[in-house]
Write a protein that binds this ligand. Sequence first.
Ligand code: KG4
Ligand code: ZN
Length: 336
Amino acid sequence: MFILGIESSCDETAASVSENGTKILSNVIATQIEEQRKYGGVVPEIASRRHCENISQVVKKALDDAGKTLADIDAVAVTYAPGLIGALLVGVNYAKGLSMALDKPLVPVHHISGHIAANYIAHEELKPPYLCLVASGGHSLIAVVEDYTRFRIIGRTRDDAAGECFDKCARAMGFPYPGGVQVDKAAQSGDSSAFVLPRPKVNGSEFDMSFSGLKTAVINLIHNSEQKGISLNKNDMSASLQSAISEILCEKTMLAAEKLGYKTIALAGGVSANSGVRSIFETECKKRGMKLYMPPLSLCGDNGAMIACQGYYNFNAGIRGDESLNAAATMSLEDI
Ligand code: KG4
Ligand code: ZN
């Protein structure tokens, strides 16, 4: 079956056509990075307006690239939560209109479940149950993927998401938005032991994480050196920050995997593109004889293919939206 997947939760308008979930026939992304960079981050109203302008062309191109027409589409999958509400509403309403006009099922997809599904596209052998670390701009959590559509969150950040920590520290260092990838680049020629940064301890749940103390420590170091007129080595700071974030994410995931007895680990979300994160997980999983799955770099960030893929699993599980489908800015992965 052919599923059209639509994604508009943040600053990427994206659409894709998938065949039976994991075979991706097209994957079109219109990004707003250049424009949003002027403001140092995503301005929600601008994001909504650009989605509104771009969505028809993005969907048309996704169909063209796949060599399909609307008549070939069996279901329309769309991200409905979580994300910027005005941005989500554009995709949701567009998908509702298409589904009604075509008289084809509407399939709501939780954005985070889409990020997790990006792994199925690249790794046919990956099957639930397994443990997944999701690290993006808005979320950082460890989930047991019980089934393709059932998730249990066992650890989460208490404050900032890992991507947010990357981005805010990057901004303080003067890197353009989005900062995570700039930190990654600068870290390549930096010394990760140059700055001693805190690895916060979280009381209570042993798999929970925290990034706000690390972020504050980095920002304070940058501001203090600016006040003293000393120029701080950005490559060294980037390498130190990247190594701290990678260690926190990996340590918590390994602890959860060992305590709960999981031997299969997956990474998901924009931060899973980070070279430090990928390499520490490769090393630590190998050491423990665990199998590691990571999305290819092209599918780590927001895209339509992951929504078209998860849409297939949701469809098979009987998940449907109707004319009353609404978007939600926040929604737990457990409440799908
Ligand atoms: O999953 P995503 O594209 O959007 C959300 O759902 O939030 O994640 C975006 C986040 C941003 O914080 C971005 O800076 C971060 O992923 N990111 C990276 C890298 N590529 C993207 N962070 C560190 N290193 C990277 N290479
Ligand atoms: Zn995302």
